[in-house]
Structures are given as structure tokens and as C-alpha cells.
Design a protein around this ligand. Structure first.
Ligand code: RIB
Ligand code: CA
Length: 315
């Protein structure tokens, strides 16, 4: 039986790869995608999400959500520009499909309430949509079997010295979700930076010559260029594809290595706002709430990308 998931995105180059993996994997049934402000303004993320799904011929409903963080209307909204890794519009033809009429938060609530408790929520963006849905209708909580989040970091951050972008971009929302009491797997930067994709891997993707593999090769090569220039990894010519690792972890849990610890989110710290405080040494005395991924199986991840992105959907 495929895993039913909803994917919450801010597309975004790594979100684009994650969407293609989710839509093409025979082990996943992608019920819908919800879009939130993050890498790019939410309208741009929605258009990008539709572009990606159209490009591979995937008929998946897409719902636009929160345009701002939950309680910080003045928080730096997309700091990225056209010259960044994510750019604004992805370099794919304009979307033919249209977004759903409902707000993403309302669609999440309606879909979870009507579900049989079998839809995993995979959030690879700031957690504004997810937290708002939980606040607005707490009854959805018992219908969410697991939340898989790409976000946070234990050893390091990527937007500040101590914070990862998805958590930093809406720390209050992240705190609501992290402490919601449902099972959580947190795919942190520590793990995604240990699952790097190289230029050689992109060349192999390109050889597969499918719409998804060539688009992914283009997107990841662009990421590699950006990482080499601004945030070099321990091997040059490589980049993390954070969000795709989170989706792969739904398909094959062994692609990440987790430890069960207490995690909370700093919402006030002058230097540490948006930090995921991970009690890996069990110093705080609070019960573990998060299966925290600090490591990943890079060869397995890369081979999953090759296998899944080499697929096409029937016309
Ligand atoms: O820090 C990496 C995360 O921030 C990814 O989800 C990326 O798409 C951005 O949203
Ligand atoms: Ca993302």
C-alpha cells in the first residue's frame, strides 16, 4: 500500500525535486500540495508548484496558503531574489493547471477531518500553514498519524549561525508543531548535509532523459553552483537537496538515522531565534517528542533519486 501524504512546500528548487519524487514514487500517493510563504512569496511558490507538477504530468491538487508568518507580519519575507539558488519563478513553462479555490489551511482541516487518520503530513517549508490549521481546528491532530519535517539543525544553522531557514522563518509556528504531541520525524540540516548530490550524480540523472530527471539535474546543478559559491559543503561540486530527503524518508525510513529526543524551538533569543533546541544529552528532563535525524545514507538517497526520477507517469 502506498503511503498517503500531503506535502507542504515553498517551491523552491529542493521543494521541486521533493514534489517530483512524491508524485512519481510508486510508494507514495500524493493527496495534495499546500504552499506557504518561504523561499519565495506564496503566489510564486504556488505557480512554481503547479509548474513542476504540470511538467511531469502529475494531476495533484495545489492549495495556496499563508502569505506571512503566523504572528510576525514584519518578519523578513523572502529574502531571496532572482540571483539566489531558488530564484523566483522556476525555469519551467508557465503552469497550465490552476490552484484550488480553498485556502490551504482550510483544505488541510477539511481533508484531515474527513480522513481515516492515514495521511502523513510532510512539511518542507516554514510551518505557518500547518500550525494555523492546528490552531484553528485542534481536532485534526488525532487524524495526523505522523509529521515529517525538513527543518532545524543541531550542529549548525543555515540562515543564522544557530537557525535553519524553515524554522527561523516562522518560529512560533514551528514551536506549535514541534510541541503538538503527534509523532514527528525531523530531518535536520545535520542529516541533509550528509546526503549530498554531486555533479556526477546530475550527469547520471540527465542520462535517464525523463522530464523529471532532466529538470532535477538542472535544478540540482544550479544548487551546486550556489552552494559552491556561498556555502561550500565538505566536498565541492555537491549540494544538499534537503526537501527530497524528507520525502525519501517516508518511502525508506532507513535513508535517515534518527535519535528520539526532546526538541523545542527558541522564539525569543536575541542570537538564537528559530533555533531547534535538541536535547541530545537528555539534560532537560523532558520526555522525547521528536525522532531527530542527524545522519543520512547518501548512496541510498542518490540511488532513490535515480530510480524515482527516472520514472514517468502514464498519459
Ligand atoms: O533550510 C532548507 C530549507 O529551507 C528547505 O526546505 C528549503 O527549500 C528552504 O525552504
Ligand atoms: Ca522548502
Amino acid at each position: 500500500m502506498p503511503h498517503r501524504i500531503i506535502l507542504d512546500v515553498d517551491t523552491g528548487t529542493d521543494d521541486a525535486v521533493a514534489l517530483m519524487v512524491a508524485a512519481l514514487s510508486p510508494d507514495i500517493e500524493l493527496t495534495g500540495a499546500t504552499v506557504v510563504n518561504g523561499n519565495v512569496p506564496v503566489e510564486v511558490g504556488t505557480e512554481n508548484t503547479l509548474r513542476v507538477l504540470d511538467h511531469i504530468g502529475a494531476d495533484v491538487p495545489v492549495f495556496q496558503g499563508m502569505a506571512t508568518p503566523m504572528v510576525r507580519p514584519d518578519f523578513p519575507i523572502p529574502r531571496v531574489d532572482v540571483s539566489s539558488y531558488h530564484g523566483r519563478y522556476l525555469d519551467l513553462p508557465p503552469a497550465r493547471s490552476r490552484k484550488g479555490a480553498q485556502h490551504a489551511v482550510d483544505w488541510l482541516i477539511e481533508t484531515y477531518l474527513a480522513s481515516e487518520g492515514d495521511i502523513t503530513l510532510v512539511a518542507v517549508a516554514p510551518l505557518s500553514n500547518v500550525a494555523m490549521a492546528m490552531k484553528k481546528e485542534p481536532a485534526i491532530l488525532e487524524k495526523i498519524p505522523e509529521i515529517v519535517i525538513m527543518g532545524g539543525g543541531h550542529e549548525f544553522g543555515n540562515i543564522t549561525p544557530s537557525a535553519e531557514f524553515n524554522i527561523w522563518a516562522d518560529p512560533e509556528a514551528a514551536r506549535v508543531v514541534m510541541t503538538c504531541g503527534r509523532p514527528i520525524r525531523l530531518v535536520a540540516l545535520d542529516a541533509t548535509h550528509r546526503a549530498l548530490v554531486s555533479r556526477e550524480d546530475c550527469a547520471r540523472l540527465r542520462e535517464l532523459n525523463t522530464p523529471a530527471s532532466t529538470a532535477a539535474a538542472d535544478l540540482i546543478e544550479r544548487r551546486i553552483q550556489g552552494y559552491d559559491e556561498h556555502q561550500p559543503m565538505h566536498r565541492t561540486g555537491t549540494a544538499p537537496v534537503h526537501d527530497a530527503l524528507a520525502v525519501c524518508a517516508v518511502i525508506a525510513p532507513e535513508v535517515i538515522e534518527t535519535t528520539f529526543v526532546h526538541v523545542d524551538v527558541e522564539t525569543h533569543g536575541e542570537l538564537t531565534v528559530g533555533r531547534t533546541v535538541c536535547d541530545v544529552a537528555h539534560r532537560g528532563g523532558q520526555a522525547p517528542n521528536v525522532h531527530l535525524a542527524l545522519n543520512a545514507d547518501e548512496p541510498r538517497f542518490v540511488s532513490m533519486l535515480q530510480d524515482i526520477l527516472g520514472r514517468t507517469l502514464p498519459d
